[in-house]
Design a protein around this ligand. Structure first.
Ligand SMILES: NC(=O)c1ccc[n+]([C@@H]2O[C@H](COP(=O)([O-])OP(=O)(O)OC[C@H]3O[C@@H](n4cnc5c(N)ncnc54)[C@H](OP(=O)(O)O)[C@@H]3O)[C@@H](O)[C@H]2O)c1
Length: 319
């Protein structure tokens, strides 16, 4: 596993980040620790979570993924793990139980620290935009957390490009800690949102990029083919809108190129993301150690110019 600087910072993160949204949702909670162990054994040091994971799943009140990480962290050297979490989503039904207000950010950070059983978060990210809170209020609260030592770096996710630029500007104007990473939705079947404007912003301003869903939530794992009928309650069920001729043609192309070099559909799709400009560390999801083992086949995989061209062509988007 290689390590990369997170944007312009001096922080080194593994070239793959391990996600955690699945544990307590589509993967049993007890699978989390063995997957994290296998990830660390392969050289991974970077783990992503969010306070809200995965509150939408039946029987999950939110905070479960952070609690699982907190329990597992006790078996690790804390200083060797780069821990990323997020704030914004609803953690209760009260009027201040969500958002990016000063109140919610400060309360939510303390709650995350308690669940994670640690006294600092390496990368604290705003999960998505809060259009009702002034940007300066949000960025000042985040800066205070950095000054207090509770948080080491700041990142954001799911921001429109203009809002990202405005955030960088407000931080600079008021001499506040700024966002040093962006967590976009980016993969072979979801390219336009990142490539249209964010990619250039990240390159120009030295922002680390840690894209989520690099295999499109499993769509590009190779297991979904023409005629596949997903079961309700699975990730496949959520993906059924993406079972299109165009996406199946892309999967066929991934398989065709992969076969020439004994790589799976998943490995080719993940390697494509890892090759794209500005990318620091895709956040992958693995429900089991076996799934993680297949994912490791993308590490160090070098695609040729011709392979990248073919995959770009098979996944191209219209202006
Ligand atoms: N910022 C945000 O708004 C946001 C949004 C989404 C995710 N995230 C972060 O990104 C992480 C990853 O997201 P994601 O889960 O959508 O990523 P993904 O890597 O695109 O999809 C992961 C899913 O693919 C399937 N899979 C993985 N390896 C496989 C294998 N070898 N064979 C067959 N299937 C395999 C598994 O689902 P099944 O086995 O159930 O099919 C697994 O849960 C999350 O955990 C979270 O930390 C952030």
């Amino acid at each position: 596993m290689d390590y990369k600087y997170l944007g312009r910072t001096g922080l080194k993160v593994s070239e793959l980040c391990m996600g955690s949204m699945n544990f307590g949702w589509t993967a049993p909670r007890e699978n989390a620790a063995p997957v994290f162990d296998a990830f660390v054994a392969a050289g991974g040091n970077f783990i992503d979570t969010a306070d809200v994971y995965s509150r939408w799943a039946p029987g999950n009140p939110g905070g479960v993924a952070e609690e699982l990480i907190g329990q597992w962290l006790k078996t690790q050297r804390r200083d060797q793990i780069i821990l990323a979490t997020k704030v914004r989503g609803p953690m209760g039904d009260g009027p201040n139980d969500q958002g990016l207000s000063r109140k919610h950010i400060l309360d939510a950070c303390d709650a995350s620290l308690r669940r994670l059983q640690t006294d600092y978060i390496d990368l604290y990210q705003t999960h998505y935009w809060d259009e009702h809170t002034p940007l300066e209020e949000t960025l000042r609260a985040l800066d205070d957390l950095v000054q207090a030592g509770k948080v080491r770096y700041l990142g954001c996710s799911n921001l429109p490009a203009w809002h990202l630029m405005e955030s960088l500007w407000v931080s600079e104007k008021h001499n506040l800690a700024r966002y040093d990473s962006v967590q976009p939705h980016y993969n072979l079947v979801h390219r336009a949102e990142f490539e249209r404007e964010h990619q250039a912003v990240c390159l120009k301003y030295g922002l680390g990029v840690i894209p989520y869903s690099p295999i499109a939530g499993g769509l590009l794992s190779g297991k979904y083919r023409h005629g596949y009928v997903p079961q309700q309650g699975t990730r496949g069920w959520n993906l059924r809108h993406a079972f299109t001729e165009q996406n199946f043609a892309l999967i066929d192309k991934l398989e065709e190129i992969g076969k020439t070099r004994s790589q799976s559909v998943l490995q080719m799709a993940l390697a494509w993301v890892m090759h794209q400009p500005a990318i620091t560390s895709p956040i992958i999801g693995a429900n089991t150690v076996e799934q993680w083992q297949e994912i490791t086949g993308a590490i160090g995989l070098k695609l040729t110019e011709d392979e990248l061209k073919q995959l770009n062509e098979a996944s191209k988007w219209e202006e």
